[in-house]
Design a protein around this ligand. Structure first.
Ligand code: CP
Length: 317
């Protein structure tokens, strides 16, 4: 297995099964700290730099919380408008990263341009973690999600997934890359204008991902173990920021999960994951049902970032 020490986490394409398994093992080892709200000094000498060019609640704060739990320190920006990258100068990623690498030991970057963290990694002498890039990928979120499913189900192999929402979403891309490493079938549901591209379908088919495109959650909801959701009422992820409008629309029933549908049609032991934030595609009445796992998923967001930071910064092998 390739060492994680000093490694960038940019994509789940090419992430090997034994690497997933090692990350999950380290997450298991570190989870008690987060669960017991305790800190350790594993990364006491290290600094995390957050470079967020797009809004975030979970990804930035989970990385920061993870670093603090491990005894490290945190600096960075949550709004590029307050940096030279977002003002008159429009400072390049190359120049910005040449600064950030002097300020810390690992950079976590979210950007509206697909490939921006990869560009940062070209120039940085320290590891770069992709915290979501445009419509590209969101590898740390999907590692969190797979870890949550493994914890809940005891296995990933043999499971059937329903992936519903906007298939341009970066989580969906990382998920479909990751599933190539497991014996899993994915049913994919999205509005036609948000469908997987032919190029992406060819790519994941060649990687061995087993998937089938279906029209509505109603067609397959009774056949799946995992319901994995994203909104279809979405901002444009290629923009730094998009304000809400009064007419942003509602989710059609084909792409929506409610308590009523789950109770009528889903398997008894099906679980619902959603990386959040949600719109109306996942109704709040699901929150108190046996199906909901998105709060566990949110907690595991800290655990997974602890595991990744410990591995990348060489505190765990
Ligand atoms: N799931 C996720 O990426 O959330 P944030 O946009 O709040 O980071």
């Amino acid at each position: 297995m390739r060492s994680f020490a000093g490694r960038d986490i940019l994509s789940l394409k090419g992430f090997e099964r034994n690497e997933f398994e090692r990350v999950f093992e380290v997450a298991d080892e570190l989870a008690p700290f987060a669960r017991n709200r305790q800190n350790t000094d594993l990364l006491a000498e290290k600094i995390l730099v957050t470079a967020f060019y797009q809004p975030s609640t979970r990804t930035r704060l989970a990385h920061e919380a993870a670093m603090l739990r491990l005894g490290g320190k945190v600096t960075g920006f949550a709004d590029a408008k307050m940096t030279r990258a977002g003002d008159f100068y429009q400072e390049s990623i190359k120049d910005t990263v040449h600064m950030l690498e002097y300020y810390g030991d690992v950079i976590v970057m979210r950007h509206f341009q697909q490939g921006a963290p990869h560009e940062a990694a070209r120039w940085a002498s320290i590891p770069v973690i992709n915290a979501g890039d445009g419509w590209g990928e969101h590898p740390t979120q999907v590692l969190t999600d797979l870890y949550t499913i493994l914890e809940e189900k005891g296995t990933l192999d043999g499971l059937d997934f329903l992936l519903v929402g906007d298939m341009r979403m970066r989580t969906m891309h990382s998920m479909l890359y990751a599933l190539s490493q497991f014996d899993v079938k994915a049913y994919v549901v999205s509005p036609p204008e948000m469908a997987l591209t032919e190029e992406f379908k060819k790519e994941i088919t060649e990687m061995g991902t087993q998937f089938e495109v279906v029209n509505s959650v109603h067609d397959v909801i009774g056949d799946v173990d995992v319901i994995y959701m994203e909104p279809v009422v979405q901002p444009d992820y290629t923009k730094a920021r998009q304000e809400a409008t009064a007419d942003k629309g509602l989710t059609p029933p084909e792409y929506k999960i409610t308590k009523e549908i789950l109770l009528k049609k889903a398997r008894q032991d099906a679980i619902v994951l959603h990386s959040l934030p949600r719109q109306d595609e996942l109704t709040v009445d699901v929150d108190d049902t046996r199906f909901a796992r998105y709060w566990v998923e949110a907690f595991n967001g800290v655990v997974m970032r602890m595991a990744l930071l410990a591995l990348i910064l060489g505190a765990m092998e």
